[in-house]
Design a protein around this ligand. Sequence first.
Ligand code: 13P
Length: 342
Amino acid sequence: MDLEQLNDIATQMVAHGKGILAADESTGTIKKRFDTIGAESTEDSRRDWREMLFRTEPAMANHISGVILYDETLRQTAADGTPLAQLISDTGAVPGIKVDMGAKDLAGAPGETITEGLDGLRDRLNEYHALGARFAKWRAVIDMGRKGDDSIPSPYCVDVNMHALARYAALCQEAGIVPIVEPEVLMDGDHTIERCYEVTEYGLKKLYAELYAQGVQLEGTILKPNMIIPGKKCPDQASVEDVADMTVQCLANCVPSAVPGIAFLSGGQSDLEATAHLNAMNAAYDLPWPLTFSYGRALQAAPLKAWNGKDVEAGQKAFNHRARMNGLAAMGEWTPDLEKEG
Ligand code: 13P
């Protein structure tokens, strides 16, 4: 493992004012997204949609440091024959790849899941590296159960998921690929913000213990966490400032300063919430790591609607706007007024 090289890539992924575009929806998930605009999901339509995003200027060059791809996309070429990974590198962004095989039922833990995909991962990583990927992503999913019932998540579920994340991370580093470690505490449900804090803290402490135990070099990793936020159905919703304060407090308690950067998932927040929360953290705090975005839905929902299966100009305009807003939020320079420019 060349740690300096891994650290260079990780540092590039969290460059000032830039963040990551998570375009790694599985074939099933992208079909659901296309269904919302009545577009058919075919290999070509998925390619057209993603090619449109990767060709968006100045969003890609100015605000996107890396793109997470799905296996199919890393192997696809643009309509003119250029590999999509090449299109991304040409903008100055780093191509990356989702390598987990999804969350499956966890034996002996009804309602909980374990993320699979470790079998054969070494070979897949070597192939992905040859195809141009320089970072990877693995998402552990922590379900929150119901308010007042602390039996979910079980420590068993969190522990095995963090163990798997560390196994994945070690294999990535061996292959010269920066692992994004993503332990996602879901927003679904009616849990309080305090419960989200408690579970996220437990998960992150376990995660960093596992990474240490398995020899993962933190300088060559990126953390992709959830924000500390109440469940969508919780009657007590939190202010932007509370989410920012509690998220920063939780991260400061759990994440070593050797980590080159933290890039949040949006997890079902609205576009504006995801931008406002990120901005509030960067505006109010001076932290040991850059805080930026690695958004899927919060970057793509508006462009998808504007594109509507065919309108490239409208899609790119919407993507330019959202990417710029989040780029500003990554520097603590966003204000709600700027949204009118979209
Ligand atoms: P969201 O921002 O839509 O949560 O997606 C990010 C991601 O990559 C989830 O794994």
